[in-house]
Design a protein around this ligand. Sequence first.
Ligand SMILES: NC(=O)c1ccc[n+]([C@@H]2O[C@H](COP(=O)([O-])OP(=O)(O)OC[C@H]3O[C@@H](n4cnc5c(N)ncnc54)[C@H](OP(=O)(O)O)[C@@H]3O)[C@@H](O)[C@H]2O)c1
Length: 225
Amino acid sequence: MPTLLIAGANRGIGLGLARAAAARGDTVIATARDPDRATDLTALGVEIHALDVTSDASVASLADVLSGRAIDALIVNSGVYGPDQSAAALTDFDGFVQTLAVNTIGPLRVVHALLPALRRATGGARVLLVSSQMGSMAYAKSNAIAYRTSKAALNKVAQGLATDLARERIAVAALHPGWVRTDMGGPHADLSVEESVGGILGVLDRMTPTDGPRFWNHDGRGLAW
Ligand SMILES: NC(=O)c1ccc[n+]([C@@H]2O[C@H](COP(=O)([O-])OP(=O)(O)OC[C@H]3O[C@@H](n4cnc5c(N)ncnc54)[C@H](OP(=O)(O)O)[C@@H]3O)[C@@H](O)[C@H]2O)c1
């Protein structure tokens, strides 16, 4: 049974990933900022640890708890939408910085801390960073500019990690989960959580280090960076 760690798994897409991965027999390690309040996740009976991706101490503590173990796959799903202002209107610069801290630096911090565990995976390891098509440089839209910028930068992080880690048989990619009915996506989004996570796990299973850096759609199509 492969071991899959999902960062940000107490609600939304992350919770759906934990549920689907546990149902298919993966050994799931799930994280939540506040495990005591993660009742839906607790009900799954999976291993749960506290993790705030913006905190060096929190990420180090997770790596410490997992010390000596192998992680075959990692999905960094945590994310925030940030201030909902367009580029010309944005004045909440602290909010912009916080969005970058969660969406861009956070995933890099988590991958760094868990590299020893990923290197222990016997068949090579796979890392998916949950990004968004809203970060694609192929679109000129400007609303939610903090979120868009943070995901564009996350894509660059994914590309860099994929380039650096392929030689260690660790595949890294960015992924757009679709527009999904969650707290972030809202009730009118295209996809149910179940539809999105089914696709995401399919992409995860097919990843190899020889893919090169990729930005995947949830349905397995490649997207423009
Ligand atoms: N829903 C969509 O349509 C859509 C589209 C494109 C991309 N995405 C991306 O998909 C991912 C999941 O989205 P979602 O719709 O499921 O969002 P969501 O329902 O708002 O859930 C966000 C998750 O991220 C966690 N999180 C936030 N800040 C964190 C931090 N500092 N450290 C650790 N965890 C943190 C949240 O934990 P708390 O409960 O503690 O806040 C929660 O578990 C995000 O990266 C999002 O950008 C979503």
